[in-house]
Design a protein around this ligand. Structure first.
Ligand code: GLU
Length: 302
């Protein structure tokens, strides 16, 4: 099991990430194929003649492709391999939505958007919608519209396999904990009650590297993400397994585009009901050991 195919690829990825950080966050990181065999990639029937009173959709139809923001270094959720192929649960969700909006997978342009630039990227119209472990909360709702929740995660801790002292967030006093800028778990772990020393980076894969290199003692973010990394390196990493926040995942889009939000909500409900969602889940995130829980429907309407 490995994160990068070769040492050279790892160096290239790190160099890419370093450049990306230097120019403000956005990047296209090439990861590797995740462990656990082939990750499921489905095709979904494409709706014809979609007509919506949505400025975002109208612009996408004119352009002939839909631009979707995603993560690139999260195994089983949103991963871009060295050939540029994207896989994972969030990628499947993005494809289901695109199909219902009239766009086949080859008419999706994926853009890698890191956590700290999600709100800007969405509100500036750099992406038509974003699917990437994106927690719905009131603060973000001031800038972004959300459809969902389509999944519920919780912040947890990733530690080295031999770790004995860190057994939950209450055991982090004086420990070095890595997380990423603009994420809700980082905000939580910075609370004085935990007494942790934080290392704040732009990508989770960089935090995982620091953990393997013993520069930090733990990585915190959603259990769904951490389980993917642990599944890649079960000999060296484990998830503590005591979630300490609630992270309901939503699809982010322009705050004022109500027609798009309603259409995305309907698409999510349709694919939950027809079994596409469960099949996608079991072939992606389910492979990292996260058990399937059917999302509650109907989803909230704005
Ligand atoms: N779900 C959390 C968030 O939206 C953490 C995962 C992420 O950074 O994408 O901030």
């Amino acid at each position: 099991m490995r994160i990068y195919k070769t040492a050279a690829a790892a160096v290239a990825v790190l160099a890419l990430s370093a450049t990306a950080t230097a120019c403000g966050g956005e990047s296209g990181t090439a990861g590797d194929k995740p462990a656990g065999g082939e990750v499921y990639s489905g095709t979904y029937p494409v709706a014809a003649n979609v007509s919506l009173d949505s400025p975002t959709l109208k612009a996408a139809q004119k352009r002939g492709k839909i631009v979707v923001g995603a993560k690139a270094d999260q195994p089983f959720l949103g991963l871009e391999d060295t050939d540029g192929k994207r896989t994972g649960f969030d990628i499947e969700i993005a494809k289901m939505i695109a199909a219902d909006l009239g766009f086949a997978a080859d008419r999706i342009e994926f853009k890698t958007v890191d956590s700290n630039v999600r709100e800007t990227s969405i509100s500036k119209g750099q992406v038509d919608y974003f699917v990437g472990t994106y927690t719905i909360n009131n603060e973000r709702k001031k800038q972004v519209g959300f459809a969902g929740p389509y999944y519920q995660a919780g912040a947890d801790l990733l530690v080295r396999a031999g770790e004995k002292d860190i057994t939950g967030p209450e055991t982090l006093k004086g420990k070095k904990v890595c997380s990423i800028v603009g994420s809700t778990p980082l905000r939580e772990i910075k609370k004085p009650k935990y007494g942790a020393k934080t290392t704040e980076l732009s990508k989770y894969s960089l935090c995982v590297k620091q953990l393997l290199d013993k520069q930090v003692d733990a990585v915190t973010t959603d259990d769904a993400i951490l389980k993917g990394y642990a599944a890649q390196r079960p000999d060296r990493l484990k998830v503590v397994g005591k979630p300490f926040t609630k992270e309901p995942y939503g699809v982010g889009m322009n705050k004022d585009d109500k027609a798009l939000r309603d259409a995305v909500t309907a698409a999510l409900e349709k694919h939950i009901a027809n079994g596409d969602y469960k099949k996608a889940y079991e072939g992606t995130l389910g492979k990292s050991g996260a058990t399937y829980v059917a999302p509650k429907t109907p989803l909230p309407r704005s």
